[in-house]
Write a protein that binds this ligand. Structure first.
Ligand code: KG4
Ligand code: ZN
Length: 374
């Protein structure tokens, strides 16, 4: 496919406030683990010099979710154009790049293979260091590249270790104590669905399209969060684990009782009530996490949310309030860096390069790769 045929979003540039290094490390990062083919050029002074995302969402929308085989094919067709255009937007050629990083897992293996093999090929042919980035670590570390303090505020701060992280995406839902690069302690996780999956499935039940999170978030703004009595699974139990399947089942039961067509008021109220249940679960579990002895021993000063679900306005607002109540600072990536993107992979590449975590022999990408195995 030619470059022109691929509809891409130019995410533009972002600049770090501290440009302390006169010779920053420049990294080309590639992301391809789900339905975004993305590349970015980021330097160790926290500058995003170019960032392109080719989203496949329109190709998967008619199926109500990501179709792995279609995704892998679309990555193959897009990858060269995305990388070439990213270099062009930055006004750089491959010789100006110091290191190459790509997602090596976890994710849909067909897509991961495409980005990983592209990065391996570029690194081998140019003799540059190659970094195998864990996709989850990309999400986990991106608030150190750029963090926004509050709702909708795309500020320019950076987060220091250690921090307490709520990582919520389409595939994962975990509370992690982040001690440093590669140093993650799992405090709690979902026993069934991820938070993003719950948003996507409920949106599908309401015929609101894919992905569900953004539309549910928008609808909830005009709805009554008390209209439907969704359960708050595990919230009466100790510990920090999540369960969203009960919320999903409740959604199905409510909808069986009130079949379509649904008017706007119904949909808005339904979304608001569902979202309020998810928010309450997240806040309840984080409250427990803050009392967990492993967390208390480290006493992190910052509460961070990351992953695609970190775009959710109600979750950001509730977590900001929770952080304030515990004398902690709240941080979230700017909206543009929450969902999958190449800049977070480039940044995680830089952070790993700094600690010498470079690929020295060929490695196979991994469909499953928990952060605790880094
Ligand atoms: O991190 P991500 O881009 O992909 C994975 O690594 O899974 O996350 C995508 C997920 C989807 O489930 C999507 O519905 C959700 O993030 N999402 C949201 C919002 N925007 C995206 N969920 C809730 N509220 C949002 N505003
Ligand atoms: Zn992701």
């Amino acid at each position: 496919m030619t470059d022109e045929k691929i509809i891409q979003t130019d995410m533009g540039t972002m600049h770090g406030t501290t440009t302390n290094d006169a010779h920053p490390v420049v990294c080309l990062g590639i992301e391809s683990s789900c339905d975004e083919t993305s590349a970015a050029i980021v330097d160790s002074n926290r500058n995003i010099l170019a960032h392109i995302i080719y989203s496949q969402i329109p190709e998967h929308q008619k199926y109500g979710g990501v179709v792995p085989e279609l995704a892998a094919r679309a990555h193959i067709l897009a990858i060269d154009a995305v990388v070439n255009q990213t270099l062009a937007r930055a006004g750089k050629n491959i010789n100006d790049i110091d290191i190459i990083a790509a997602t090596a897992g976890p994710g849909l293996i067909g897509g991961v293979l495409v980005g990983w093999m592209a990065a391996t090929g570029i690194a081998m042919s140019t003799n540059k260091p190659l970094i195998a980035v864990n996709h989850l670590e990309g999400h986990a570390l991106v608030p150190r590249l750029h963090a926004a303090a509050a709702n909708g505020n795309d500020g320019n701060t950076s987060v220091d270790f250690p921090y307490l992280l709520m990582l919520a995406s389409g595939g994962h839902c975990q509370i992690l104590l982040v001690r440093g690069v590669g140093k993650y302690e799992l405090i709690g996780q979902t026993l069934d669905d991820s938070a993003g999956e719950a948003f996507d499935k409920v949106a599908k039940m309401l015929n609101l399209g894919y992905p569900g999170g953004p539309v549910v978030d928008a609808r909830a703004k005009n709805g009554n969060p008390h209209a439907f009595a969704f359960p708050r699974p595990l919230c009466d139990k100790p510990g920090c684990d999540f369960s969203f399947s009960g919320i999903k089942t409740a959604a199905r039961t409510f909808l069986e009782r009130t079949p379509a067509p649904h008017d706007d008021e119904f949909i808005n109220d339904f979304c608001a009530s569902f979202q309020a249940a998810v928010v309450d679960c997240i806040i309840n579990r984080l409250n427990h996490a803050m009392r967990d002895e492993r967390v208390c021993a480290v006493a992190p000063k910052t509460l961070v949310v990351a992953g695609g679900v970190a775009k959710n306005s109600a979750i950001r607002a509730a977590m900001e309030e929770l952080a304030a109540a515990h004398n902690m600072t709240f941080a979230a990536p700017p909206m543009s860096l929450c969902t999958d993107n190449g800049a977070m992979i480039a940044w995680a590449g830089i952070e790993n390069y700094r600690i010498g975590n470079i690929v020295r022999a060929p490695i196979a990408p991994r469909p499953r790769w928990p952060l605790t195995e880094l």
